[in-house]
Design a protein. Structure first.
Length: 755
């Protein structure tokens, strides 16, 4: 499944945004503000000449009734245009064009929409312009807006397999999408840990596959289970209810039925679909499991029957078939699979997966639909009409677009909302990663590597919520809000990463909306951020804090700060081991919890470092400097302090600036089988006086690395050198018996300390 340092700080104080900056998200394509306001009240009439817009008007009136206690009367004519909300819809049934114009004068509101979809978006904008609190007068700023979306796929995903969420919350989730003009709900309905959709022909899928004997507790590394029966599923009637609810809000529900991997819940129900015959239990543990669907005729008959019922329930153009993280171990040892490879003239098991996906695509196309899958479906050859969801970075999406296949960008670096969004030390346990609101807002769905013609194949982007570590609706809300708002503006096409402060100012105004709606949102946006950089004085690092408001006090001696502690005014020079503690104070009172950042200074801290291979974009925010910034990664929470190499080696050269005597190098590395992270084959230290010719000094084996539990200290006879090279070869392919067997390993590294 699939760094700026942040100090946790809650602020309720003002943030300094312009008082006349309208809280519109996504930002309209064109906005002209004017003097004055329109007052909306119970006497305002909705004036419309087209009765086909009843659904959109009904939803707007529901909003008014819920928030302000009144509804507006609708009429097809009025004696006077004064105090009216006049609606003109050119083509009500055009489902693709969401363009609209919204004009607010002191006497009237006018909406000109290309379609009912555009009208719905105009109402969403209008709702954001209304005051949050129930005031006697609902004043709306006079303005002119011309608006339309850029991308066709503006989505959010939700995994209901690792943890199950009730229908009422699924509706709330859809409401959140509608609020930000997103139009696609990707519903992840089947996986190893649970089958969540009723299939009439195969009742065991929910009788057996929807329930597991227990769940993991804590992080995967802990390998602890609660042994409590857990599960649930959605009936077909409930599915229809959700699809209709979403349709009314102009949202398409795209179902995902995982294949050929992530299918243990299906195999527990019908073990004959496997290569081994089972038996199987619905998976209790997270991660990637070896048992997958066997590509035999009975399996395809099963999948075709399942997909027939799914297609009947979901009118979406696309049906998601997964295709990700499917180990080939069982296929390699399966006589049927090997015979099929030979019979079909396939090269290997990767081409067998391509054969599998192509057969499914042919069936789905025959039903008038298209398939979309995770970017692994590129391996072994892409099915003729398949669309690709690019999650392992952007490379898969780029390759697919160049092959003239449609693409939804959802790189883990920007779009995985199960990652930490604030300083990991202060956040609930997550799978890892570090994705702030600002990081989400910086996403460019269309890669610069594409030509203008190739760029037409980028449908849009999507945020993903995998729920291994998210088990309540409130926690889901915490992980998506407010990051979803940032993504909404990106996919609408009006984001500008260089003007992030403008977006942040608008976003902060939405927090009162979240409060009113009772949404459990994250306040990580109010954390004090900082950037660690090489010291301008050539020694140590500069630790620069950034806050929405002044008022940070800090200490460097390990004591807790008070209002009388040193005030932060400029970056802090760190040249020795110390722990910096800080807190925000206002009027002499502490307004945040005390945070702390330990620094570990060595001869390599802040020095120039170069890498032969760059870290993966999903896990390389700080780049090479992460390895010499003086901040060691947390072994329990895989957040911002680690960089990751996928299938590539660490080959780092540190320039100490001058010849120095060294006798010890410490390197931190991680292991986590479930996340495909493995220790390197070995760690080798080399030295050089000229940076060209290196001499190997010492090599630590994989067994020694395991004994040191990843904190690898390499001691050797004293050497006088200017350059230190550290080589840590990636473990290569994941061995059989391990999650993700046959795939490339991840290598995670943090601080390299030279003493």
């Amino acid at each position: 499944m699939p760094r700026l340092f942040v100090l946790f700080l809650f602020l309720i104080a003002t943030v300094g945004f312009a008082q006349n900056q309208l809280p519109l998200i996504p930002q309209p394509k064109s906005l002209i503000q004017k003097e004055g306001s329109f007052t909306l009240n119970q006497g305002t009439l909705i004036l419309i000449g087209n009765s086909e817009s009843n659904n959109e008007i009904r939803l707007f009136n529901e909003f008014l009734k819920t928030n302000y206690g009144f509804e507006l009367i609708t009429t097809t004519n009025s004696k006077s245009p004064l105090n009216t909300l006049q609606i003109l819809v050119e083509n009500p049934n055009d489902v693709k064009n969401g363009a609209y114009e919204l004009n607010v004068s002191t006497t009237q509101i006018r909406i000109n929409a290309k379609s009912n979809l555009g009208l719905f978006y105009a109402f969403q904008t209008l709702q954001q312009l209304l005051p949050v609190t129930n005031k006697e007068e609902l004043k709306i700023q006079t303005l002119e807006i011309k608006d339309e979306p850029k991308y066709a796929w503006r989505g959010m995903h939700l995994d209901v397999c690792r943890h199950f969420f009730p229908i009422d919350f699924i509706k709330k989730y859809i409401d959140y999408l509608a609020m930000y003009k997103m139009n696609t709900f990707h519903w992840h309905l089947t996986d190893d840990q649970g089958w969540r959709i009723e299939i009439k022909k195969y009742p065991k899928l929910t009788e057996v596959g929807a329930w597991r004997k227990g769940s993991m507790v804590g992080h995967y590394n802990d390998q602890q289970f609660d042994n409590k029966k857990y599960g649930g599923f959605y009936t077909q009637e409930e599915i229809k209810e959700i699809v209709a609810y979403a349709k009314a809000r102009h949202i398409t529900v795209v179902p995902e039925i995982e294949m050929p991997g992530h299918a243990v819940a299906a195999l527990a129900s019908y073990p004959e679909l496997s290569c081994t015959g089972g038996p199987f239990d619905v998976a209790m543990q997270w991660g990637v499991l070896d048992d997958v669907l066997c590509p035999k005729e009975s399996t395809f008959q099963f999948l075709e029957a399942v997909l027939s019922e799914v297609i009947a329930l979901f009118p979406s153009e696309y049906i998601h078939i997964g295709g990700d993280e499917s180990p080939k171990v069982r296929w390699k040892n399966c006589a049927h699979c090997q015979a099929l490879i030979k019979k079909e003239g396939l090269k290997d098991e990767h081409e067998l997966q391509s054969y599998f996906i192509k057969r499914i695509e042919k069936f789905v196309n025959g039903k008038g639909r298209q398939i979309i899958g995770w970017d692994e479906i590129l391996e072994g050859g892409l099915a003729p009409n398949a669309a690709v969801m690019s999650w392992r970075g952007t490379e898969g999406g780029i390759n697919a677009a160049k092959q003239k296949h449609f693409v939804v960008m959802t790189p883990g670096s920007h779009c995985y909302f199960d990652h930490y969004q604030g300083e990991p030390k202060n956040e609930p346990v997550a799978i890892g990663g570090y994705t702030t609101v600002e990081k989400v807002y910086s996403l460019e769905p269309t890669p610069k590597e594409l030509t203008s013609e190739e760029a037409k194949y980028i449908l849009g982007a999507q945020g993903n919520v995998w729920t291994e570590y998210i088990n309540t609706p409130e926690h889901v809300e915490y992980m998506i809000m407010p990051r979803m708002a940032a993504l909404a503006e990106v996919v609408w096409g009006t984001s500008d990463a260089s003007k992030y402060q403008n977006f942040q100012n608008r976003l902060i105004q939405h927090f009162s909306v979240y409060d009113t709606k009772g949404i459990n949102y994250s306040r990580a946006l109010f954390e004090v951020t900082s950037k660690v950089s090489p010291s301008e004085k050539g020694k140590g690092v500069d630790f620069a804090l950034k806050s929405a408001n002044p008022g940070i006090c800090f200490t460097t001696d390990g004591t807790n700060p008070t209002a009388n502690s040193k005030k932060y005014t400029e970056s802090i020079l760190v040249t020795k081991n110390q722990t910096i503690k800080a807190a925000y104070f206002e009027n002499g009172k502490q307004k945040s919890a005390v945070i702390e950042q330990p620094f570990f200074i060595s001869k390599s801290t802040g020095k120039k470092i170069s890498l032969v291979n760059q870290p993966h974009e999903n896990y390389g925010i700080g780049g090479s400097f992460t390895l010499v910034d003086g901040m060691r990664g947390n072994m329990e929470k895989y957040g911002r302090d680690w960089i990751g190499f996928w299938g590539k080696d660490l080959n780092a050269t540190i320039d100490l600036g001058k010849k120095q005597c060294v006798s010890k190098v410490t390197v931190d590395v991680l292991t986590n089988d479930g996340s495909w992270i493995h220790y390197p084959k070995y760690i080798e230290v080399l030295v050089s006086k000229d940076g060209k010719t290196f001499q190997s000094i010492k090599k630590i084996t994989a067994e020694e690395i395991r004994k040191m539990k990843g904190i690898v200290t390499i001691e050797f006879d004293k050497q006088k050198t200017k350059y230190i090279k550290v080589i840590a070869p990636n473990a290569g392919k994941i061995p059989e018996g391990k999650p993700g067997a046959g795939s490339d390993c991840w290598l995670f590294v943090d601080e390299i300390m030279v003493e």
